[in-house]
Design a protein around this ligand. Structure first.
Ligand code: SF4
Length: 256
């Protein structure tokens, strides 16, 4: 009798006493041991102790707008347009005061500027009406805003509110698969796989380290393996060099 009870308790939900467990999605395994992953991120942390995003902003609201404008555009191109825009309007109220026509004029050098101007005005209105003019520190609320998707929400949560999110952009998606750090067929799978793979102590800065590594070293067309601090650990088939570059801090310059 006692044995039968124990068996059904271990079996979980059959007796109706245990809460059903949510199954974790099966994701492709990365190519690295936990020690190797820790060493990779340790080296990134030595190289860039305080990594920053390259989109210029002065508060959570201007960060949100800059990230919305950066879809299919370069950070340098967005920065050129937003310097004057944010000098004129750095709050949702001021942006509404500026109006869609003037916003469009400021950002006309950025791709898809007509739609983006509409979204900037609409999201400013929504922030005032639904959130007291503040950017909400909550993913579900952020993705409800016009022009804001999961990646944008993750960037804002990480940079403005210090949450350990993983905003998977084109660089991170490429590296996760090329280096087989956290492979996945979709952006969501790579995000989930990276969150499971990266040790907690490195999660806060993880996405910036990967973006900067992808932008300046493990580049899309041809990875610059001779300049790579993890060349001895990397298991990419595209690797061209086994000797790691000197592990020294690099200065992060503002891009213009
Ligand atoms: S060794 Fe080459 S392929 Fe591997 S992470 Fe470094 S740059 Fe990328």
């Amino acid at each position: 009798m006692e044995k039968a009870k124990m068996k059904s308790a271990r079996a979980g939900t059959k007796t109706g006493t245990a809460a059903p467990r949510k199954r974790r999605k099966r994701l492709p395994k990365g190519a690295y041991s936990q020690d190797e992953v820790t060493e990779i991120f340790h080296r990134f942390s030595v190289q860039r102790p305080e990594p920053k995003g390259e989109l210029e902003h002065v508060n959570a609201y201007t960060l949100l707008v800059a990230v919305v404008l950066s879809a299919q555009a370069t950070d340098a191109g967005v920065n050129k347009a937003t310097r004057a825009l944010f000098a004129a309007a750095d709050t949702p109220q001021k942006m509404l005061g500026l109006g869609e026509d003037k916003v469009r004029e400021h950002i006309r050098t950025i791709g898809l500027y007509r739609n983006k101007a509409k979204n900037v005005i609409a999201l400013s209105k929504a922030l005032i009406e639904d959130h007291g003019g503040e950017v909400p520190p909550d993913r579900d609320a952020l993705v409800e805003l016009p022009g804001v998707g999961r990646k944008t929400a993750n960037v804002v949560l990480n940079m403005a509110f210090g949450q350990p999110t993983m905003a998977v952009d084109t660089h991170i998606f490429r590296i996760a698969n090329r280096v087989r750090l956290a492979p996945g067929k979709t952006v969501d799978d790579v995000e989930e796989n990276l969150l499971r793979t990266i040790p907690d102590q490195f999660l806060q800065h993880g996405h910036h380290w990967l973006i900067l590594h992808g932008r300046y070293v493990c580049k899309a067309r041809k990875p610059d393996c001779a300049a790579c601090v993890i060349a001895d650990i990397c298991k990419s088939k595209e690797k061209t060099c086994d000797i790691p570059a000197a592990l020294v801090p690099v200065e992060q310059k503002a891009i213009s």
